[in-house]
Ligand binder design. Structure first.
Ligand code: NI
Ligand code: MN
Length: 231
């Protein structure tokens, strides 16, 4: 049975395994490219957060309260979420792995910054290495610059990678090509681009570079679109 991945625009995704619905960085309210509102989300068992910035925490609190979802983030992020009234949280820190009903999430390095929407300390930013039980290994890079330890993350055997290509706040298209060659994913999805004027990129020319310069297969979606992976 396959895994359905829907892009919410920016760094937001919905992963549907059949058994569980997992949201990553669900930034809908205030997101100019969001294909739907938070009210249109119909299920969330888990919400995974890469770091504390508002364009990643987004609608997490409202969605977690509505669906009783478990929220995973670094300790500072998760404790902040819990202080907003969310009961179930997982609090792994960089290098650590959390075991959840759908599989495991390892908090990888990310080179960026992190503060909560109210300006309080957000801990270290992370990438998320997600291993679905009997299914895909997914790497969501979060917001990050290129860094050479991506080679080590790639040793996990990544089926699907989500990498930022927007530049300005994160690495841009050129660095993402180098990242893809270090991560060696089967499929790669671009994210964190076109949301705001400073991060406009040409995803089609990026995809051409992925084809000619890496062994990965690009999957470029419009916000709201889904891709079904066989595994
Ligand atoms: Ni950020
Ligand atoms: Mn961001």
């Amino acid at each position: 049975m396959g895994t359905k991945v829907t892009w919410l625009g920016h760094s937001g995704f919905v992963i549907e395994t059949g058994a569980h619905t997992i949201l990553i960085d669900p930034f809908l309210t205030g997101n100019p490219v969001a294909p739907m509102t938070a009210d249109d989300i119909s299920k969330a068992d888990f919400i995974l957060l890469s770091h504390g910035h508002g364009d990643h925490v987004g609608d997490t609190v409202a969605l977690a309260l509505e669906f009783g979802a478990t929220v995973l983030g670094n300790p500072e992020v998760s404790n902040w979420i819990q202080a907003q009234g969310v009961e179930k949280v997982a609090t792994p820190n960089t290098g650590g792995t959390a075991k959840l009903d759908f599989g495991t999430v390892k908090m990888t390095l990310a080179f960026h910054s992190s503060s909560m929407p109210d300006g309080s300390y957000g801990g270290s930013p992370n990438g998320l290495l997600i291993k679905l039980n009997g299914g895909l290994t997914i790497y969501h890079a979060g917001d990050t610059a290129l860094f050479s330890d991506m080679q080590l993350i790639g040793e996990a055997g990544i089926d699907v990678a989500m990498v930022p290509i927007g530049d300005y706040f994160t690495m841009g298209p050129g660095d993402s090509i180098r990242a893809i060659n270090w991560l060696k994913p089967g499929f790669v999805l671009p994210m964190h681009y076109n949301t705001f004027p400073v991060m406009v990129q040409d995803a089609a020319s990026w995809a051409n570079r992925v084809t000619s310069e890496t062994d990965a297969q690009s999957v470029v979606m419009d916000p709201g679109n889904s891709h079904e992976f066989a595994k």
